[in-house]
Design a protein around this ligand. Structure first.
Ligand code: 13P
Ligand code: ZN
Ligand code: NA
Length: 283
């Protein structure tokens, strides 16, 4: 069965490693993610945005994830990524998601808190943990575009208040990462992350991990990051392998053949990323 993210993130937080959470866009990518995690023998989070739910259909996503979890050698969670309304969260809870994010980061502090509280009140009684975000993470995710110059870092004092008022299970701060690949190397504000880590006692989530150099990623793990979100890099390797394969094999029109190298590329990327998250780095 699908597992909750509550225990796996708690263990990661306490033991200074992180769980990979990967954007799952179709059957082949989902298979690639799970086989990568199986090779590394770690729990894994499949996550879908509202856009992916719209594309695949929530019942199909949930059914595929559930059946993959049933035969997987590792624990698998199904998480709503960047849930943009109370309604979509309710749909996911009813459908059987085992973790949700409500993203009220575009709202005022008070409105964000109020929305997250409503979601926590609905989700926690049925055992589903909630992730929330404060501050704004730049870049493009689904229909959401945040100009990187307008992205604002999370204020650590506000983060402390936000977490204690909402009682969220995990918290996504904005400390310089952005969705998508980077035009230039991102400048991560590890000082902000460290202060948030020192003031709180809540697993932290790193968004926008695609394109972050391995060493910066591992540096951030010192400060309470228990979940790391990867989406764009999976899409990039999947499309690249698919394009190459079809270019090299113009006569191939069998999806049971031409998706395989793309799926394999996702698996290899996932193994590589999980490997980075497992290394225990101590502050
Ligand atoms: P990337 O697309 O940069 O990997 O960001 C993923 C993410 O944060 C999903 O919530
Ligand atoms: Zn994100
Ligand atoms: Na990114």
């Amino acid at each position: 069965a699908l597992v909750s993210t509550k225990e796996i993130l708690k263990d990661a937080y306490e033991n200074h490693y992180a769980i990979g959470a990967f954007g799952a866009h179709n059957l082949e990518i989902m298979k690639g993610i799970i086989s990568g995690a199986e090779m590394m023998d770690t729990p894994v989070i499949l996550q879908t945005t509202p856009g992916t739910i719209n594309y695949v259909g929530i019942r199909f996503l949930r059914a595929i994830a559930e059946e993959m979890a049933a035969v997987s050698k590792v624990p698998v969670a199904l998480h709503l990524d960047h849930g943009n309304s109370f309604d979509i969260v309710m749909k996911c809870l009813r459908s059987g998601y085992t973790s949700v994010m409500i993203d009220g980061s575009h709202l005022s502090f008070n409105d964000n808190v109020a929305l997250v509280k409503r979601v926590v009140d609905a989700a926690n009684p049925i055992g589903v943990p909630v992730e929330a975000e404060l501050g704004t993470i730049g870049g493009v995710e689904d229909d959401l575009t945040v100009d990187e110059s307008l992205a604002t870092y999370t204020d650590p004092v506000a983060a402390e208040m936000f977490i204690s008022e909402t009682k969220v299970d995990s918290f996504a701060p904005a400390f310089g990462t952005a969705h998508g690949m980077y035009k230039r190397e991102p400048k991560l504000r590890l000082d902000i992350l460290e202060e948030i880590y020192n003031r709180t006692n809540c697993p932290l989530v790193m968004h926008g991990a695609s394109g972050i150099p391995d060493s910066s990623l591992q540096n951030a793990l010192k400060f309470g990051i228990a979940k790391v979100n990867f989406s764009t890099e999976l899409k990039v390797v999947f499309a690249k392998e698919l394009r190459n394969y079809l270019f090299d094999n113009p006569g191939q029109d069998d999806p049971r053949k031409y998706f395989l190298p793309a799926q394999e590329a996702v698996k290899n990327l996932v193994m590589n990323k999980i490997g980075l998250l497992q290394k225990k780095v101590y502050a």
